[in-house]
Ligand binder design. Structure first.
Ligand code: AMP
Length: 210
């Protein structure tokens, strides 16, 4: 299965991708996590990407396309993968097509902007492994500590209120046109993104079986 998880920032793509990748035994590739790792390590790519990310803007297409091109060539992607946060623009989707990658399904997690604002302000991420939590909907067992690797949980710099609004506006302008792109090819499946993590996971897995 080659899957794309589409949706606004904070729609739950990363959380649902984690569940589905365990279920199907395929890796999740998150361009956001790859970019944050590059920023943390101070690589040339990370230095170029940082200011775009901090301002809530998209990193230029050529940077993320090259990350994805390299990552999809790795051995663990042979059986399939979930793309979380890529593509985010029509040129990125076209680049994926021109790599000869045949996507099976595109899951579009639908959540209203007001709910997104609430979710992102309560989100906490692990500094070590990038796992995502929410102070109310998905708390870690020990406050402030990652269940998976024991590193500290922090608020992402781009989860500040004004940056959240900017990211939502960028999503509507640049990413939402992808719904039409994948509807045309008959791959888009809309999934209601409201409710508990388990409820949304049940809907997502059902959509993948259809
Ligand atoms: P995410 O963790 O998916 O919310 O991504 C965090 C930030 O990384 C975004 O706000 C963008 O600045 C950048 N980013 C992640 N994926 C992409 C992409 N496919 N295209 C451009 N920028 C991206």
């Amino acid at each position: 299965m080659k899957l794309i998880f589409l949706g606004a920032p904070g729609a739950g793509k990363g959380t649902q991708a984690e569940i589905v990748c365990d279920h199907l035994g395929i890796p999740t590739i998150s361009t956001g996590n790859c970019l944050r790792e590059a920023v943390k390590n101070g690589t040339e790519l990370g230095i170029r990407a940082k200011s775009y990310m901090d301002d809530g803007h998209l990193v230029p297409d050529e940077i993320v396309i090259s990350i994805i091109r390299d990552r999809l060539q790795q051995e663990d992607c042979r059986k399939g993968f979930i793309l979380d946060g890529f593509p985010r623009t029509v040129p990125q989707a076209e680049a994926l097509d021109s790599m000869g990658i045949m996507i099976d399904k595109v899951i579009d997690l639908e959540v209203a902007d007001t709910e997104i604002e609430k979710r992102l302000s309560g989100r906490r991420v692990c500094e070590g492994c990038g796992a995502s939590y929410h102070i109310e909907n998905k708390p870690s067992q020990k406050p402030g500590v990652c269940d998976k690797c024991g590193a500290s949980l922090v608020v992402r710099k781009d989860d500040q209120p004004e940056t959240i609004r900017e990211r939502l506006s960028v999503y509507h302008k640049q990413t939402e046109p992808l719904k039409q792109y994948y509807t045309k090819s008959g791959k888009l499946i809309a999934v209601e993104g409201r409710g508990s993590v388990d409820e949304i996971a049940a809907r997502t897995l059902k959509a993948l079986e259809e």
